[in-house]
Design a protein around this ligand. Sequence first.
Ligand SMILES: Cc1cc2nc3c(=O)[nH]c(=O)nc-3n(C[C@H](O)[C@H](O)[C@H](O)COP(=O)(O)OP(=O)(O)OC[C@H]3O[C@@H](n4cnc5c(N)ncnc54)[C@H](O)[C@@H]3O)c2cc1C
Length: 416
Amino acid sequence: MSFHYDTLIVGGGTAGIMTAAQLHQKQPELKIGLFDPAETHYYQPAFTLVAANTYKFEHTSRPMRSVIPHGVHWIQESIVSFQPAQNQVTTGEGNLFTYDYLVVCPGLRMAPELVKGLKDAMDSEHVCSVYTNPLHARRVFEKFKGGTALFTQPTTPIKCGGAPQKIMYLADDLFKKTGVRSKTNMVFATPGTVIFGIKQIADTLMRVVNRKNIFLNFGYKLVEVDSKNQIAWYEMADHEKYHNHNKNVQVISDGNRKGIKYDLLHLAPPQAAPLFVSESPFANENGWMSVDKGTLQSTHYRNVFGLGDVAGLPTAKTGAAIRKQVPVVVANILRLMEADKLTEKKYNGYSSCPLVTGYGKMVLAEFDYENKFTPDPKLKQMLVFDSYKEHWRLWLLKKYILPYLYWHKMLKGKEV
Ligand SMILES: Cc1cc2nc3c(=O)[nH]c(=O)nc-3n(C[C@H](O)[C@H](O)[C@H](O)COP(=O)(O)OP(=O)(O)OC[C@H]3O[C@@H](n4cnc5c(N)ncnc54)[C@H](O)[C@@H]3O)c2cc1C
């Protein structure tokens, strides 16, 4: 069977729902179809709070049906391939759909197979991740009896690059509550060279790391998880260095590899574009959706746009970035429809990372393609004038205000 739509949207996550809502609001007569096989839509930014036992998991989700804008046709099928020369997509059910305009935003996929041993280790007794199962992470944290708690991240791009740190800062507080912090060595191992790419934020985070006595290891590239012996193996980059060295942490050397013995391992798994995108004509050399970094138009097809986590953009993959990407995509599609040209609107790489540094504290990193610190002027209305510092008002923003804005404004197509 074959069906035609003015615009087809692939994915009903943050990017897909916001795009559908804004497009429908601006042009209600458009026939819009949105593909997503999932029954549930998740607000992922609260997953770290769930794992730290300060947010209910039930509050992170809503039925997909309830977030699809009225007037937009939900097609509960998954896309398996694209045929852009025919303006056509194919679903797993074998149905064909044609379009005038296509928006590709199916997010990313977890790729544990990129680290040896990780597939079996993931979500096991001592290994957990807020990315895959925040409730399991909470159970692992609460059962932890002390020893080395290792927090780490992969060399691939990941969504919300700050999450592997936020959960560590929260776990530090949680371990105080469960009475095991004094018996715990907190370790952070990262392939990076610094704790954060913006100087003001990095300065604040280094103060947090010192206060919490966290052993920092830079230049650590995760290559294997040996879950039987509870060792995470790393290849060393040239820029290997340490901060707050802790001699109670067992580090094993093996040629150019180092193994850290853990009693608890929290990690962000490696992440990649979904295969049906990386194997499609839309992909760049790393498999991500290839789009112009200002207009978000496919670099190969004029009537195709990509945004959200799947997009190969040189900025952090976050919902906050999507908030600024959606209006650009919507304006460009509407202008192409009416005048066969793009608008002047450009996405400047804005992204933000709410870095929770403990219960009741947060730093808000906001930046653009140049990694320039660009705090939102609206923060002043909350009496926050220095968001690069820890602030309890920012915690309120994270825990209460942002979820409200997400469900009631952003997903409803309102620009906030
Ligand atoms: C632990 C964690 C903490 C985070 N913290 C923050 C934060 O504090 N601030 C922030 O701004 N962002 C944060 N993020 C990132 C944010 O959640 C993502 O950047 C955002 O959800 C990406 O939106 P998306 O629409 O691109 O993908 P998603 O929201 O992941 O949605 C993708 C959708 O596509 C669908 N799909 C997949 N394959 C197909 C297919 N073949 N056919 C049709 N549909 C398909 C999926 O079912 C899914 O519904 C966090 C994420 C995590 C995991």
